[in-house]
Design a binder for this molecule. Structure first.
Ligand code: HEM
Length: 481
């Protein structure tokens, strides 16, 4: 049984007694929230009102927590104690994206097993040759830009890479959007997160009543994504029909999902199948590309850290132009440190939205079943009260040390870029492997000319379900070794 359910709850303060931004009539604080920078507003309110405060969202109230211990407590108590926000689930289901991310209870448990198995290190190792091929293609694109002196839109090129990698690993398809950018699925996928972000926090669900031109454009992009997902499913079914042994020993996530779907009492519907294809495409694309984008920007603005990384990669790879084996890539700890530190300062998933499955006291606050909770993941990880230099980009703080020896130990525990508990991101090993491949390939073959916005100002953080750097361009020169 869930331990927290067995605990008799103490009496808590009512949510309405907490401080918070002044709500307006009817819409409450929704009217003050700007979707594109809502994470920064919520973080600012945590500085103004303290790490546990109240928000009014239309007719209902939400508890906002910016304390790492409370964020961790809630995340660990899923799926029994807390569920994902139903408003979010509904918006995801409406676009046909219901899959592991939005599933709950038994439905979630079953899907989770299948997805976890597909992304475990054993599968990643088998997939390594394809990952290498996609990384070689990325290198060729970048080399061409370096020769012509072209500045590339960083997020676009990185998202081509991550879509190609995810499709190869999860669906067994060489999509090659890097070399065929015009008919790229990635262009349609890009439209989905921003609209999800807008709809989840919309004061009024306008799109259920009438469609604005932007909604109609969105529907057209969505249709393309659905058609692509159906094609992927059809191709996987053909492979299984040709080789029925794949039912027992699927090569990838999609084949495993189809086998489970076809199993007697398999519990996966056709809609779940499509929903998980969309989920994995979406979850794997932006998050990894945006984390790479932030990391490259931080390395560009912290030159000694970039040079330290290049030296470590040179030492680890010998004559190789990029990691040539799974083991070689996995061992690149200097890159892991640089990425961990970037995810601490610029987490691409800065919010986690939940609803309580029961009456409870949480963080000293009495919450009824159905109470909404917004977890802010960054404040605890950048808290200068814990460590004076918490605002600095210092990858070395991730260097392994004896427990308690590392002064920043508390900070490291507070950084939760992949979430925590039973719903911890199943794609984290893949994401780290991709990032090691890209950064090592860059370090070995290119000089990092600049990773900057057009006018050189610091990139703004944009929130569109995930958080990304706005307007970064990358300019490279080929490295002479
Ligand atoms: C740097 C890259 C990534 C970051 C920062 C990231 C972050 C996250 C976070 C914060 C969550 C929510 C965890 C929670 O609720 O506790 C999550 C869930 C998830 N991620 Fe990732 N992710 C990344 C890459 C990937 C990749 C590459 C894939 C797959 C190709 C993926 C697939 C998923 C899925 C399916 C879930 C839902 C898990 C569940 O609800 O059980 N992610 N991710």
């Amino acid at each position: 049984m869930d331990a927290s359910i067995a605990k008799p709850d103490a009496v808590g303060r009512p949510l309405s007694s907490l401080p918070g931004p002044r709500p307006l009539p009817l819409l409450g604080n929704l009217a003050q929230i700007e979707p594109a920078r809502m994470h920064q507003q919520l973080e600012q309110w945590a500085r103004d009102y303290g790490p546990v405060y109240r928000l009014r969202l239309g007719p209902s109230e939400a508890l906002v927590v910016a304390r790492a211990d409370l964020v961790l407590e809630a995340m660990r108590e899923r799926p029994e104690g807390w569920r994902r926000l139903p408003a979010m689930q509904r918006v995801i289901a409406e676009i046909g994206g219901h899959g592991l991310f939005s599933a709950e209870g038994e439905d979630w448990r079953r899907q989770r097993k299948l997805v976890m198995a597909a992304f475990d290190p054993g599968h990643l190792k088998r997939y390594f040759p394809s990952l290498l091929r996609v990384t070689e293609r990325l290198r060729a694109c970048l080399a061409e830009a370096a020769r012509s002196g072209e500045a590339l839109d960083l997020q676009t090129v990185l998202m081509h890479y991550t879509v190609d990698v995810t499709a190869g690993l999860a669906f067994g398809i060489d999509m090659n959007t890097l070399q065929r950018p015009d008919d790229a699925l990635q262009g349609h996928l890009d439209q989905i997160f921003p609209m999800l972000g807008k709809r989840i926090f919309a004061p009024v669900p306008w799109w259920r009543v009438f469609k604005l031109p932007a909604d109609r454009r969105f529907d057209r992009h969505l249709q393309q994504v659905h058609e692509a997902a159906r094609r992927l499913i059809a191709q996987a079914r053909e492979r299984i029909a040709r080789d029925p042994a794949l039912r027992e020993q699927p090569n990838n996530l999609l084949e495993a999902l189809i086998a489970a779907r076809d199993e007697e009492g398999g519990g996966l519907s056709e809609a779940d199948l499509l929903g998980n294809v969309l989920t994995v495409l979406l979850a794997g694309e932006d998050t990894t590309a945006h984390t790479l984008g932030w990391t490259l920007h931080l390395l560009h603005t912290h030159r000694p850290e970039w040079e330290r990384l290049v030296a470590a990669v040179d030492a680890a790879l010998g004559e190789a132009d990029m990691p040539r084996s799974f083991e070689q890539a996995r061992a690149l700890e200097a890159i892991e440190r640089a990425v961990n530190e970037s995810m601490r300062l610029r987490p691409v998933a800065p919010l986690s939205l939940m609803e309580s499955n029961r009456d409870r006291v949480f963080g000293g606050i009495a919450l009824p079943r159905g109470a909404k909770l917004i977890c802010l993941t960054r404040p605890g990880a950048v808290d200068t009260a814990l460590v004076g230099d918490a605002a600095d980009y210092r990858p070395q703080r991730w260097q392994a040390a004896a427990p308690g020896e590392e002064p920043a130990h508390a900070l490291l525990k507070a950084s939760l870029p992949f979430g925590a508990g039973p719903r911890l991101c199943p794609g984290r090993y893949l994401a780290m492997l991709e990032m090691k491949m890209v950064l090592a390939m860059l370090a070995r073959n290119f000089e990092l000319g600049s990773v900057a916005t057009a006018d050189g100002s610091p990139p703004q953080e944009r929130f569109a379900f995930t958080m990304f750097p706005l307007g970064l361009k990358i300019r490279l020169a080929e490295r002479r070794r």
